[in-house]
Design a protein around this ligand. Structure first.
Ligand SMILES: [Zn+2]
Ligand SMILES: [Zn+2]
Length: 360
């Protein structure tokens, strides 16, 4: 079969590799669609894991072989896959901290080599411990929609981290695919969303997704000492919207420390700032810690998916309450996976979610 193999930093090669053999308790899935995820881009660019690997973990496709002990699965079933599934028994799982569970950290889907998702290949092997994460795609929904379950799950998990009441005012900084999903889910939960981004096209979609207000940012890295034009516009708007109280929460869906500091200033005492895009280690930041201690503003993070939310995520996506089709702007054939990764890493005004889609 054809697979796009990671051979070192910034090196993705289309190669011919064996179709992975499956065990009795496993599935072989023919991949239709695999989303390009920022966490994979980071691994590919910075070479944070050793090659060779086949990346791609936002995968939807068709079961073409089912082991005798993979009960409840049939050849021909259209499915969305989950590459991480928690054990539900360990200390981390009992604390609901699934992303810290040792089993969860293992990747249960592979196209060969060290398991890394495998979605940038024609076929993937699905191991027994991730079978509970397999979701059926309803007949009316597409593989494209199925491939979006994993990213939507990570966003819904982030939303659930926030202690919000209906009608609360929430800033979503950054309206890339993730920020737009936050905007939509928060709006569906009855929140008043203020959406910011550099790109007007994204703000237009944020409005359609339910943002109450949108603010275009003109300077992505404002000097901390200088009150910039957008910062004053944004804080004036928020003061007006909340009667001077401040934001109830802010979601930071851009990897900018300046935006975190700004948000920490804009939330009310006892509010929350949620980090979603600060995934690169080793960059310490400065922050006035008294805003956390004295003002009781919680600075929290959310990473990866929550397995228990899977059914709710499937309902949101397949009912199209969150219409993920609006977010998928570019589809690349398997042979052009490197170009897909490149576009996702350097988004344009028109690009949002980029996927690799294969002819069936
Ligand atoms: Zn992902
Ligand atoms: Zn566990």
């Amino acid at each position: 079969m054809r697979a796009v193999v990671y051979r070192g930093p910034n090196t993705l090669q289309l190669e011919t590799v064996p179709v992975p053999p499956i065990g009795h308790g496993e599935l072989l899935v023919r991949v239709s669609v695999c989303g390009v995820c920022p966490t994979d881009i980071k691994k590919i660019h910075y070479g944070t894991v050793p090659p060779p690997r086949v990346f791609g973990h936002e995968t939807a496709g068709t079961i073409v072989r089912a082991g005798a002990r993979a009960r409840g699965f049939k050849v021909g079933q259209r499915v969305a896959l989950h590459h991480h599934v928690p054990c539900n028994e360990c200390h981390a799982c009992r604390h609901h901290a699934f992303a810290q569970c040792e089993q969860y950290k293992r990747t249960g889907i592979t196209a060969g080599f060290e398991p890394a998702g495998g979605g940038y290949a024609e076929y993937v092997r699905v191991m027994p411990f991730v079978l509970p994460g397999v979701v059926n795609i309803p007949p009316r929904n597409s593989f494209l929609e199925g491939a979006m379950l994993e990213p939507v799950n990570t966003v819904l998990k982030g939303v659930k981290r926030l202690a919000l009441l209906r009608g609360d005012t929430v800033l979503v900084a950054g309206q890339g695919p993730i920020g737009l999903m936050f905007t939509r889910l928060l709006a569906l939960h009855g929140m008043r969303v203020v959406a910011t981004d550099l790109i007007p096209e994204r703000l237009a979609l944020a409005r359609e997704f339910g943002a109450a207000r949108v603010v275009q940012i003109r300077n992505p890295n404002p000097a901390p000492s200088r009150i910039t034009d957008h910062a004053s516009r944004l804080s004036t708007l928020i003061t007006k919207l909340t009667g001077g109280r401040g934001l109830d929460a802010a979601v930071i869906a851009v990897p900018s420390d300046a935006v975190v500091r700004e948000a920490q200033g804009l939330v009310r005492g006892g509010g929350q700032v949620l980090l979603f895009s600060h995934t690169k280690r080793g960059d310490p930041a400065t922050l006035d810690l008294a805003t956390i201690c004295v003002d009781e503003k919680d600075l929290i993070g959310s990473y990866s998916a929550d397995f228990l939310l899977q059914a709710e995520v499937a309902r949101l996506v397949f009912s199209r309450k969150l219409d993920v089709r609006r977010l998928i702007t570019h589809q690349f054939p398997l042979a052009e996976t490197a170009a897909a990764v490149d576009l996702a890493a350097h988004p344009t005004a028109e690009s949002l979610k980029v996927v690799v889609a294969q002819e069936q």
